[in-house]
Design a protein around this ligand. Structure first.
Ligand code: TA6
Length: 302
């Protein structure tokens, strides 16, 4: 059980960062500065809200999101690790790995010179996580919040054998109406189309949405831009250490089946996920590390 007073005395930042229990068993970090407001759940070190000053929310959170221990929170920035999607061989293992549904510890908190807030988290390991992932590979997430949002996921291999991971920052973005959205930056990229039995295809032009879209774009290190005509803004996505980009909208039937997308929630969101999946898995050598970094920035289309 987390001692909220103790965590605030060690990591709270007066008037800028406070920890609180939103339920007896779920702790969140609330950030409020001149640059942004935000909320991070300690379960999964999951950003669940980020609103730059003067902007609409950039990160989408379902009105039906469940904040229950061990249950993935629908929305925000779930961390998919140490595998993306279904486990290769164990169907009883959780989709997208365990990182997003287990408690993380706070390592550090600081106010930067430009008033951005930087927080460091590490994944808590225990018998249950070792049953899923029996390697000594500490995982850290560093989050920098201001008028931009940066996340860096660091995997270290303290074992004496190479480890192979797949991963993604599975970010849900808020948009005016996904039917008026296009995603640029993936033209000419090969992708696996999960809506068409993982068929390998090549992207022609921008990605648009008139039905379920679930695509793993491969061998792409370039950033993307979400052009949101509805809200007259663009969301710039820059990345490093990532060779895959996943684009997903569940559309009507899949959203209904998921049960926690809220009423017509699929119209207000899309996922653009920076990571390493499918043929882009990452091998971390003994003593080595791998860093996956993203930055999100808003541009208003005047
Ligand atoms: O990243 C897209 C995806 O893999 C979809 O196939 C869908 O399963 C989505 O993730 C959500 O997965 P979740 O386990 O959070 O319901």
């Amino acid at each position: 059980m987390i001692d909220i007073n103790e965590i605030n005395s060690r990591f709270g930042l007066p008037a800028k960062l406070a920890f609180k229990s939103i339920r007896e068993d779920m702790t969140v970090a609330d950030i409020s500065t001149g640059l942004c407001t935000a909320r991070i759940a300690l379960q999964g070190a999951q950003v669940v809200d980020w609103i730059p000053a003067g902007e609409k929310a950039v990160i989408w959170l379902s009105e039906d999101a469940k904040f229950r221990p061990g249950k993935s929170i629908r929305g925000g920035v779930p961390i998919c690790w140490p595998w993306f999607g279904a486990h290769d061989s164990r169907k009883d293992f959780p989709a997208h790995g365990h990182a997003r549904t287990v408690p993380w510890n706070i390592l550090s908190s600081e106010v930067l010179a430009d008033d951005r807030i930087r927080l460091g988290f590490c994944l808590q390991t225990n018998e249950a996580t070792h049953a899923l992932w029996p390697y000594n590979s500490p995982l850290e997430l560093h989050i920098t919040l201001g008028s931009t949002l940066e996340l860096e996921l660091i995997t270290r291999n303290h074992d004496n054998q190479p480890i192979t991971i797949s991963e993604a920052l599975h970010t849900y973005f808020a948009v005016g109406d996904v039917r008026q959205v296009s995603v640029t930056g993936l033209d000419g990229c090969d992708y696996l189309d999960k809506v068409d039995n993982f068929a390998r295809k090549t992207q022609q032009g921008d990605v648009t949405f008139a039905g379920e879209v679930d695509r793993v774009y491969l061998n792409t290190e370039s950033g993307c831009v979400i052009d949101d005509a509805g809200w007259q803004r663009r969301i710039h996505i820059n990345k490093r250490g990532s060779h895959s980009t996943v684009v997903w909208n569940p559309w009507i039937d899949k959203a209904l089946a998921m049960g926690d997308m809220g009423k017509d929630g699929y119209l207000d969101m899309l996922c653009v996920e920076s990571g390493n999946a499918a043929e882009n898995v990452v091998i971390v050598e003994p003593g080595g590390e791998h860093r996956l970094w993203v930055e999100y920035r808003i541009e208003n289309r005047v």
